[in-house]
Design a protein around this ligand. Structure first.
Ligand code: SF4
Ligand code: SF4
Length: 301
């Protein structure tokens, strides 16, 4: 049977997820809970209801449509009891304000490849391709393997944007279909990593070393989060670790931004870093320079 997966977004004409113009597929589900996550709709492996209170007209159509009685209204405030919601989509169908959306769609490899086929001319002209991101794509290993294999059969360049938290056997079974790994490195201290992401970094670091020993093309991506991983000690340990890898193309710094905080409220989640502000351009440049002193090629967005 053809592998299926849950995709929450397909972004065309992406220019930040690998070389050239790319189609980025965002897969649902992630084993980490990074406090700064900017794709909270990618955390849960299943489908979810998203609600935009600002778009809601208070018309009450969704209350009448819901067969579970999951939606209630108090004045102009409409809320959904997620424990009752079966994600049937009836409320989405009647909401003309587009205030409701079910996030995530079950797709076959053929369906994703049909989307990808629309962008083939752009890949040829720009040296682009397909990037699998998330969530954490390796949380859906069979789907990811089948997608990557389908891309390679068509000669499409592939990139995998990963946090690296997966059994080595999973990575080993897909790595031959990956042209470029975009590999997240967040924190070097294990206790701090557990505190800020919910998991140990031991597997992440050992997988990165193993991929590098195998000679893969790797770009390390560091999300720069003020007060979390931008201290001298962490940056120095990161520089030492990265410089010791036998194969590494580059380090990309991804400065924190809070543009995703609204997404949390649309999912009835609490944004974990309400007081954190983006680092200044000067600080980002300083950090890039510090990492270059380890002999690394470093870019910052
Ligand atoms: S149908 Fe849409 S606009 Fe009307 S109350 Fe429900 S969410 Fe609001
Ligand atoms: S998706 Fe279905 S069950 Fe869930 S709130 Fe909407 S109508 Fe009710």
């Amino acid at each position: 049977m053809e592998a299926e997966g849950i995709v929450f977004d397909i972004r065309r004409f992406s220019i930040h997820d690998g070389p050239g113009i790319r189609t980025t597929e965002f897969l649902k589900g992630c084993p980490l809970r990074c406090r700064w996550c900017h794709n909270p709709e990618g955390l849960n492996p299943g489908l979810e209801m998203m609600f935009w209170p600002r778009r809601c007209l208070g018309c009450g159509a969704c209350l009448l449509a819901c067969p579970q009685g999951a939606i209630s209204q108090n004045g102009s405030t409409v809320s959904t009891d997620r424990s009752k919601c079966t994600l049937c989509g009836e409320c989405v169908a009647v909401c003309y304000a587009e205030a409701r959306q079910i996030v995530g769609r079950r797709m076959s490899v053929a369906q994703v490849m049909a989307e990808v086929a629309r962008d083939l001319p752009f890949y040829d002209e720009s040296g682009g391709g397909v990037t699998l991101s998330g969530g954490e794509p390796l949380a859906q290993p069979d789907f990811v393997r089948a997608l990557l294999r389908a891309c390679k059969k068509k000669g499409i360049h592939t990139a995998l944007d990963t946090c690296g938290f997966a059994a080595w056997e999973v990575l080993d079974s897909i790595r031959e279909y990956v042209d470029l790994f975009l590999y997240d490195l967040k924190l070097m201290d294990d206790a701090r990593h557990r505190q800020c992401t919910g998991v140990s970094n031991a597997l992440i670091l050992s997988n990165l070393q193993a991929l590098s020993r195998c000679g893969h093309a790797i770009v390390i991506r560091i999300p720069l989060i003020p007060g979390i991983n931008d201290d001298e000690d962490n940056l120095r340990q990161t520089g030492v670790f990265a410089a010791a890898l036998p194969h590494l193309l580059r380090v990309d710094l991804l400065p924190y931004h809070s543009m995703s905080s609204d997404k949390y409220s649309r999912l009835d989640m609490t944004y974990p870093l309400p007081a954190t502000r983006p680092p200044s351009a000067e600080r980002v440049a300083e950090i890039a320079q510090m990492l270059r002193e380890f002999g690394l090629e470093v870019t910052a967005r």
